[in-house]
Ligand binder design. Structure first.
Ligand code: ATP
Ligand code: MG
Length: 563
């Protein structure tokens, strides 16, 4: 029995509803979905949505999801990409089991299907140039014109297609086209190209082929051969569905997967197009595909996002048919929600200012007890060394502090978290007038941070013992683009909107010594500073580098409130 207090079950998205109906009606006994990336780049956050959908459906139905490389474009594809894609899907928490496939494994069968189409009088070899084919195709308002090669006899087409395969013709001199309808209101159906000549080596089939099937012809046949039940793709393929169905219907294939389109994921302040991401990498605007500012899966991983955070983000975004833009803040919040629960709290001083406690015995060290997660005692405690010389955050001191500044200023008292109350007595400056050191006194009666006389001290700041501190480099990231929709302006390149301040490198940060043991999977909250992790790609023994994953609050939301 359900009561009013129980949360209502989340309604199924429209794709899961179709699947539930198909299973209920007995149309399918189980589902077989697939994720079909082209290995021409690294996966990005948009792909994560498709991965979570396709593999998620498999998990929910106790069925399988295939990982299929849609590798029909030899010039742009490589094994480096094949490997990175497998690593990323696995890292996101999904498993294709034995179902790893390559469209290129079907090249022989796809060729045979093309021969069948020719034999059925449904495909022909065409010698129009690419430009001519476009010109003959017509427009949305005008029908196309038939190619002069459209009505050649089957025998001639079979002969020419064999010779195409045998390498007798140069690239661009002829193609195989489907014979459908040059007057179709759907331009995709105006005799689409099925095969083109490409005299380049393929990363898997080598030089076996010099003709390669087009995406539209390959995709439906690969789905069919793998007995996919639901072929889920993004909305830009909506018009291609007619061709998908035409190929399978015309060939009377033994099964016919159903193509269903959903809205792609768009995130503002970034670009999610492999072609554009590749430009950023190749032109050195970022350090690589895994640059922590890139919304690639590998970039997010290096930045410190957890797979759980990305999956939760994809669930929040949901599946629909309406194109929309998701605010980058939604992604960052998914990271915060996850990290807040699990990340151990530590002290890290990013912009250190040295302080000396003039009344603290020289050479003395104490161990202060600090909680690893004040809201989650199960994460335990640790000790922090405390001594006469400490670092605090430069911004926690102000010379001419207004009344409401509750941190340190000459004559004011502040709490060093988990340690003592201290009072600033004096400021030391260098020749340029820059503050180099604060001289303070501590109150020995306030060990642990509270005053026995009950006096109120509002401000609490973090600190690190100077002789024990772990020196580290810390990298702070901001959005890679300054424009909300960097690729919206057709007159200007998205690269004009790169944010010159997207990376800040702090080389002299002082961290609590325990962070020397940080491992690649550890995530920390540097109290008051955000969430951080080790940058395993650039850290060296004794020279740790930390990435800020995300700030503690959505600073951008705060900014727009203030405006
Ligand atoms: P890009 O547009 O970045 O070049 P693509 O669509 O060419 O990506 P594919 O490798 O063909 O990349 O994509 C594999 C699968 O991921 C496809 O089914 C595609 O629909 C899906 N996909 C790609 N981008 C997105 C996105 N932004 N949102 C949701 N799904 C996506
Ligand atoms: Mg694609």
């Amino acid at each position: 029995m359900t009561t009013d207090k129980e949360p209502a079950a989340k309604p199924l998205d429209f794709i899961r509803q179709i699947i539930a109906d198909d299973l209920a009606s007995g149309k399918h006994r189980t589902t077989v979905t697939r994720f079909p990336p082209e290995p021409n780049g690294f996966l990005h956050i948009g792909h994560a949505k498709s991965i979570c959908l396709n593999f998620g459906i498999a998990v929910e139905n106790n069925s399988v999801c295939h990982l299929r490389f849609d590798d029909t474009n030899p010039g742009k594809e490589s094994t480096e990409y094949v490997e990175s894609i497998q690593r990323d899907v696995r890292w996101l928490g999904f498993d294709w089991g034995p179902h790893l496939y390559y469209a290129s494994d079907y090249f022989d069968q796809i060729y045979d299907f093309a021969v069948q189409l020719i034999t059925l009088g449904k495909a022909y070899v065409c010698h129009l140039t690419g430009d001519e084919i476009r010109e003959y195709r017509g427009t949305l308002t005008e029908p196309g014109r038939e190619s002069p090669y459209r009505n050649r006899p089957v025998e001639e087409n079979l002969d020419l297609f064999t010779r195409m395969r045998n390498g007798e013709f140069d690239e661009g001199t002829c193609v195989l086209r489907a014979k459908i309808d040059m007057a179709s209101p759907n331009i995709v159906m105006r005799d689409p190209v099925l095969y083109r000549i490409l005299k380049s080596s393929h990363h898997r089939t080598g030089d076996k082929w010099c003709i390669y099937p087009m995406y539209d012809f390959t995709h439906c046949l690969s789905d069919m051969l793998e007995q996919i039940t639901h072929s889920l793709c993004t909305l830009e393929f909506e018009n291609n569905r007619a061709l998908y169905d035409w190929v399978l219907d015309t060939l009377h294939t033994p099964n016919h997967p159903r193509q269903i389109e959903f809205a792609r994921l768009n995130v503002n302040y970034t670009v999610t197009s492999k072609r554009k991401l590749l430009q950023l990498v190749n032109e050195g605007h970022v350090s690589g595909w895994d640059d922590p500012r890139m919304l690639t899966i590998s970039g997010l991983r290096r930045r410190g996002y957890t797979p759980a955070a990305i999956r939760s983000f994809c669930a929040t975004v949901g599946i629909g048919r309406r194109e929309s833009w998701i605010d980058m803040g939604v992604l960052e919040n998914a990271a915060r929600d996850d990290l807040n629960l699990h990340a151990r709290r530590v002290f890290g001083v990013l912009d250190p200012l040295r302080i000396v406690l003039t009344n603290y015995p020289e050479g003395q060290t104490e161990e202060m007890v600090a909680q690893n997660h004040p809201q989650n005692p199960a994460l335990g405690e640790r000790t922090l060394p405390f001594s006469r010389e400490l670092y605090i955050e430069r911004s926690d001191f102000m010379e001419d502090a207004p009344k409401k500044f509750f941190r340190l200023s000459v004559g004011r008292e502040v709490r060093l978290r988990y340690a003592y109350l201290i009072t600033c007595q004096e400021v030391a400056k260098d020749a340029q007038g820059r503050i180099v050191e604060l001289r303070c006194t501590y109150d020995p009666a306030t060990r642990g941070g509270s005053a026995p006389d009950g006096r109120k001290v509002k401000g609490t700041i973090h600190w690190v013992s100077a002789p024990h501190a772990l020196k580290a480099e810390v990298r702070l990231y901001d959005r890679l683009f300054t424009a909300e929709y960097p690729d919206a302006d057709k007159e200007r390149s998205f690269k004009e909107f790169l944010n010159p301040a997207s990376l800040t490198v702090l080389t002299d940060c002082m961290l609590e010594p325990g962070l020397a043991q940080a491992g690649p999977d550890d995530r920390f909250q540097f109290e008051r500073q955000g969430y951080f992790c080790l940058d395993t790609a650039t850290s060296a023994p004794g020279k740790p580098v930390f990435n800020r994953i995300v700030t503690l609050r959505d600073s951008w939301a705060k900014q727009s409130e203030a405006e």
